[in-house]
Ligand binder design. Structure first.
Ligand SMILES: [Zn+2]
Length: 119
C-alpha cells in the first residue's frame, strides 16, 4: 500500500490512467446515489472480483463502463490484482485481500470519486 500523495501524482503522469473521467450516466448515477452508497457497491465489487487470492479472469474482471466505481478502478489502477501489485505493492496470486487492503482500496476510490461530486 502506497503513500496516497505519491500514488495520485504517479497516476496523473500516466496517460492511460488519467484518461479516465466520470461523465454521462456514471456521473449522474454517482450524484443521484451519493458517495456512501456508491462506495458500498464498490466494497461489494472488491469482495467478489478482487479479494480472492486468484480472481477468475484477472485483468479482465472490471468493465470499462456502467458503474462509477469501475471507471474509478481503472483511473486508480485498482482494477485487478496485477495492477494492485504493480501500482500499489499488494502482491498478486498469493493471498486473499486483508480487511486493511480492502479499506485502502476503498479510500483510494473515495479520493478519486469525490472530485466528481457536485454540491
Ligand atoms: Zn488492472
Amino acid at each position: 500500500m502506497k503513500d496516497l500523495d505519491l500514488l495520485f501524482k504517479s497516476l496523473q503522469k500516466s496517460d492511460f490512467r488519467s484518461s479516465f473521467k466520470l461523465k454521462g450516466k456514471e456521473l449522474e448515477y454517482l450524484n443521484s446515489k451519493g458517495l456512501d452508497t456508491i462506495l458500498e457497491h464498490g466494497r461489494d465489487f472488491i469482495e467478489k472480483r478482487l479479494a480472492p487470492a486468484n480472481p477468475p479472469n484477472d485483468g479482465r474482471q472490471t468493465p470499462m463502463r456502467n458503474h462509477p466505481v469501475f471507471i474509478a478502478q481503472h483511473a486508480t489502477a485498482t482494477c485487478c490484482r496485477g495492477c494492485l501489485e504493480k501500482w500499489h505493492g499488494i502482491t498478486a496470486g498469493d493471498h486473499e485481500l486483508s480487511e486493511e487492503e480492502k479499506d485502502y482500496i476503498i479510500l483510494v476510490l473515495q479520493i478519486w470519486l469525490r472530485n466528481f461530486i457536485k454540491i
